[in-house]
Design a protein around this ligand. Structure first.
Ligand code: NAP
Length: 314
């Protein structure tokens, strides 16, 4: 009989139960068991851990674990907490998630492009004023990050008629996207963006990346969308850039602390839209299907899916 698979989370019980059910439904012939319910013998035999915000001490209870499958796309916390373990960490790469993120990027791009923040302000002031119309094909949306999510968003924006630029660590060539890499590439992308969308992972290379210096390189009146991780943006510098009128608006789905503390200046800032980390929610059923495919391949010949590069941080 195949060794049992451990589910290791620090989620509330109802969330953890929902994951157990979704994973067992997607994995007939396997048994996914919450680590707390496993016998010492089962923990000893366990080769695969499926994790969602796991306690590193729980992972240490699985001495023969060969790989860790996360059910989330972002892995900065796993990398920080499990870096000293020689066990490959596999993150969730789910086309359904990328599709939802692409939808969110398009939705909030249209919100900014069609001046909805300005019209909301005008309505509150009982002001009847038509903003000048811009054309999508004359509007550049720049994506920081051209990975699974950035590429799906680029495609959707291109289909909607926007000019699309993108920035990644390594040079890329993507049809319909002006691709840039490296420090000079970042300058070019920032200088050309009407709307800047952040879809980078949080790593030592991206923490605090978007600060006063980078905002200063952007066009006056440009806007920012951060759907990646809060600490990539220096919040104080962003507020200063909005207050001075250099940047027009920021749509933020992610924050240094989540939930966003009640006393955060961002809540009431007239040029900020606060979203409660909803741009691309994980779909348990489709995530469980992806995890099941990875586990099936491993059972055939021991293939472990491509793992996170710990040194790179993503
Ligand atoms: P991914 O496939 O790993 O892609 C990351 C992209 O960022 C790659 O293009 C990579 O460049 C680029 N990159 C990384 N470090 C860089 C650096 N220092 N300079 C320039 N480019 C850099 O990740 P993904 O699946 O697209 O996800 C991106 C992030 O979205 C996740 O890490 C997570 O934090 C966030 N996320 C948010 C939500 C939400 O609901 N708000 C949901 C899911 C994910 P290369 O192509 O050269 O490697």
């Amino acid at each position: 009989m195949a060794c049992p698979i451990a589910l290791v989370t620090r989620l509330p019980p109802e969330e953890e139960n929902a994951w157990t059910d979704a994973l067992n439904a997607a994995l007939p012939g396997e048994t996914v068991t919450v680590i707390r319910s496993m016998t010492p013998e089962e923990r000893e035999r366990c080769e695969i851990a499926i994790v969602a915000n796991p306690d590193p001490a729980d992972i240490a209870l699985l001495p023969n674990c060969r790989w860790i499958q996360s059910v989330w796309a972002g892995v900065e916390r796993l990398v920080a907490e499990l870096a000293d373990r020689p066990v490959p960490i596999v993150r969730l790469v789910d086309p359904a998630l990328a599709d939802k993120m692409a939808e969110a990027v398009l939705a909030w791009t249209l919100y900014l492009f069609r001046d909805m923040p300005a019209y909301a302000r005008q309505q509150r002031a009982h002001l009847w004023k038509q903003q000048p119309y811009r054309r999508a094909e004359e509007t550049t949306v720049a994506l920081l990050g051209l990975g699974a999510l950035g590429q799906a968003a680029a495609l959707r924006l291109g289909e909607a008629g926007f000019r699309v630029a993108g920035w990644s660590r390594r040079p890329k060539s993507i049809d319909g996207v002006a691709c840039h890499a490296g420090e000079d590439g970042l300058k070019t992308v920032l200088a050309g963006a009407d709307i800047l969308v952040c879809l980078l992972p949080l790593t030592e290379g991206t923490r605090g990346l978007l600060d006063a210096a980078q905002f200063g390189q952007m066009r006056k009146g440009a806007s920012l969308v951060n759907f990646a991780r809060g600490p990539i943006v220096a919040t104080g510098d962003l507020i200063a850039a909005l207050d001075s009128g250099h940047l027009d608006h920021a749509v933020l789905d992610v924050f240094d602390t989540e939930p966003l503390p009640a006393d955060s200046l961002l809540w009431d800032h007239p040029s900020v839209t606060v979203l409660p980390h909803i741009s691309a929610p994980t779909d348990k059923r489709s995530a469980a299907r992806i995890v099941a495919e990875n586990i099936a391949a491993y059972r055939v010949d021991g293939t472990i899916p491509p793992a996170v590069d710990i040194a790179r941080g993503y």
